[in-house]
Design a protein around this ligand. Structure first.
Ligand SMILES: Nc1nc2c(ncn2[C@@H]2O[C@H](COP(=O)(O)OP(=O)(O)OP(=O)(O)O)[C@@H](O)[C@H]2O)c(=O)[nH]1
Ligand SMILES: [Zn+2]
Length: 213
């Protein structure tokens, strides 16, 4: 894989597929900038006015960052930190921030992901779970597919007894335009294995709804 994009995360170079953000391909930035300059003109703006001079390049870089997940391999990230461990209770990482872009309007949707799995001989390094969320979020998405992709990645890599994913997001395409519902939150969920049983799923849902004291 080449041309991977990620923020200036200090760990970036140690993770499979990650590179630092200052390694954007300059030709790609130039191409995208030219398109955004044209879009500004088509929108009735003057791309030569002072405040907009660097805007096409800024937008190009921002969009590359907001879609850098295409270049990353979530399964490789998880596989890089599997540890043999005799722990077979539910592991939950909750309240993981999510920032994604809806594929219909290319406007942000954002909120939280709550992820659980029941280990089957291996646990995964905890930080890798939010990294998986980021890799699938930083693409053009619909919330349902994002939820399923996270579930499938964890299930296929860790092969746990079960995986549960719940996501709660606000979609700006529903707030700042269109139907203009400022407070609506969309909840999606995806489960495998043990989480298909009502008791296990109820325990997960109960634990993610309880607040830390
Ligand atoms: N299922 C799903 N729909 C989404 C998501 N993000 C945005 N949408 C919806 O995608 C739909 C696109 O519908 P269209 O009728 O083609 O587009 P539109 O005319 O801009 O629709 P409005 O937003 O109702 O104005 C809208 O209903 C959005 O609310 C998502 O993550 N999941
Ligand atoms: Zn949308």
């Amino acid at each position: 894989m080449s041309n991977h994009y990620i923020t200036d995360d200090d760990e970036a170079d140690d993770l499979p597929g990650y590179q630092k953000i200052d390694r954007y391909d300059p030709q790609l930035i130039d191409n995208l900038s030219a398109h955004y300059k044209d879009i500004l003109t088509q929108l009735g703006e003057d791309p030569e006015r002072e405040g907009l001079l660097k805007t096409p390049e800024r937008v190009a870089k921002a969009m590359l960052y907001l879609t850098h997940g295409y270049k990353l391999d979530a399964k490789a990230i998880l596989t890089s930190a599997l540890f043999k461990e005799d722990y077979s209770q539910m592991v939950i990482v909750k309240d993981i921030e999510v920032y994604s872009m809806c594929e219909h309007h290319m406007l942000p949707f954002f909120g939280k992901a709550h992820i659980a799995y029941i280990p089957n001989g291996h646990v995964v390094g905890l930080s890798k779970i939010p990294r998986v969320v980021d890799i699938y979020s930083r693409r053009l998405q619909v919330q349902e597919r994002l939820t399923n992709e996270i579930r499938d990645c964890i299930q296929e890599t860790l092969k746990p007894i079960g995986v549960g994913v719940v996501m709660e997001c606000r979609h700006l395409c529903m707030c700042m335009r269109g139907v203009q519902k400022q407070n609506s939150v969309t909840t999606t969920s995806a489960f495998t294995g043990g989480f298909l049983q009502e008791k296990t799923r109820a325990e997960f849902l109960n634990l993610i709804s309880s607040k830390l004291s």
